[in-house]
Design a protein around this ligand. Structure first.
Ligand SMILES: Cc1ncc(COP(=O)(O)O)c(C=O)c1O
Length: 389
């Protein structure tokens, strides 16, 4: 038989491994310190692990309701009322999802058609862009100023066309560390009202804000709730990124459709782990306070250390990332800098261009994640100092 060429989908041709994953693969291969991938290396709380084990041994191992376990949705509704200041009905306005990524995929598939335009503030979280690409939804980037952490509202207004259907917010932001203010959220909400747009807000880092900055959910302001899908998850707050559990809340017409989409793609998130998350939501307030204090210490250490080493950067307002400007260090671009740091200092970072629509716009930047254990951060800084001098 003649040899045949396998014919893949057009979209699959443009897929490549995200920069974050490839940085990690290379880092692991040389046993380096990974400031590339957004994971915190502190183990999950024993209460949560015990609750998951208990659920498995109690045989809670079958499919769960496709919107998620009701006791978990009830616990979430309480958390969302108390923390996000949004009232939502646990029966119809919450979807437990396959990570917050599953919620984003389901929202994008529910709200947008191929060819629609969706605004992303750049630097953006790569998965937001790549998932929209995968669904043939056109991304329209709007700039965030990394020095002042402001967004360009003139550019935002000029970017709206007949085809614009939505705006995506990520606050606190990965990768910039920006926390959106009430005023900015209100301006976005008013534009969305005026142009009948959906808002998707990814708030997975909602508990990680630094002194002077407050996490505000756009769904809690004015009447924006009616057009907003709020997304969050357990991965980052409870250090269970591998458990694949997140959630979305929105008006019931939206959640009903998102749940149907989510069911087709994922069926349901892991049942025993959903039980464990009820225990996570019952942890007391000191858990969140301790987490903030610990990340604040790491943020301050990394900001001052990187500045001493010659990077230029603004202090992140929230999340556990920062974007460091490398122009003072003499590298050709972001890729060359990331490679040099990995090969010579065994420290992985992510090239800044991968968070921009046009790679060139971010080629003077590296993204650094500072969620690791303090000793590893210190070792990374020592090693960078040896190399950069
Ligand atoms: C902004 C943002 N959203 C979503 C995710 C992924 O979350 P999950 O593990 O819940 O899918 C990440 C992970 O890095 C992230 O930074």
């Amino acid at each position: 038989m003649e040899s045949q060429t396998l014919k893949f989908s057009t979209r699959s041709h443009s897929l490549k491994q995200p920069a974050i994953r490839s940085a990690s693969v290379r880092c692991n291969a040389i046993g380096g310190i990974n400031l590339g991938q957004g994971v915190c290396d502190i183990p999950a709380q024993n209460t949560i692990k015990q609750a998951a084990t208990d659920a498995i041994f109690a045989n809670k191992n079958l499919y769960a309701a496709h919107e998620g376990l009701l006791p978990l949705r009830q616990a979430l509704s309480k958390k969302i009322r108390e923390f996000n200041l949004v009232e939502c009905d646990p029966e119809s306005e919450i979807l437990v999802s396959h990570g917050s990524t599953g919620a984003f995929v389901s929202a994008a598939k529910t709200l947008f058609n191929p060819g629609d335009e969706v605004i992303l503030f750049e630097p953006f979280y790569g998965y937001h862009k790549h998932i929209l690409d995968l669904l043939n939804i056109n991304v329209v980037p709007v700039k965030t100023d990394l020095e002042k952490f402001t967004i360009d509202f003139a550019q935002l207004k000029n970017s709206l066309t007949e085809k614009t259907r939505g705006i995506v917010i990520c606050s606190p932001c990965n990768p910039s560390g920006k926390v959106f203010t009430r005023d900015e959220l209100t301006q976005i909400g008013e534009l969305a009202n005026k142009h009948n747009l959906f808002i998707i807000t990814d708030e997975i880092y909602e508990y990680i804000t630094y002194p002077g900055y407050e996490h505000i959910s756009i769904a809690s302001i004015n009447d924006y709730w009616k057009r907003t899908v709020s997304i969050s998850g357990f991965s980052k707050t409870y250090n269970v990124t591998g458990w694949r559990l997140g959630y979305a809340y929105a008006p019931k017409e939206i959640i009903k459709k998102m749940a149907l989409v989510h069911d087709l793609i994922y069926v349901c998130p892991p049942t025993p782990l959903q039980h464990a998350m009820v225990a996570a939501l019952n942890l007391d307030a000191s858990f969140y306070d301790d987490m903030r204090v610990s990340f604040l210490k790491k943020r301050d250490f990394m900001v001052s250390s990187l500045r001493e080493l010659g990077f230029t950067l603004s202090e992140p307002q929230g999340s556990y990332y920062l974007m460091a400007d490398i122009r003072q260090l003499g590298f050709e671009n972001d890729e060359a800098a990331a490679l040099a740091l990995l090969e010579n200092a065994k420290v992985a970072t992510v090239p800044g261009g991968s968070f921009y629509y046009n790679h060139k716009d971010g080629e003077h930047l590296l993204r650094v994640c500072f969620a690791l254990d303090e000793r590893k951060l210190q070792a990374a800084v020592d090693s960078l100092r040896k190399f950069l001098g």
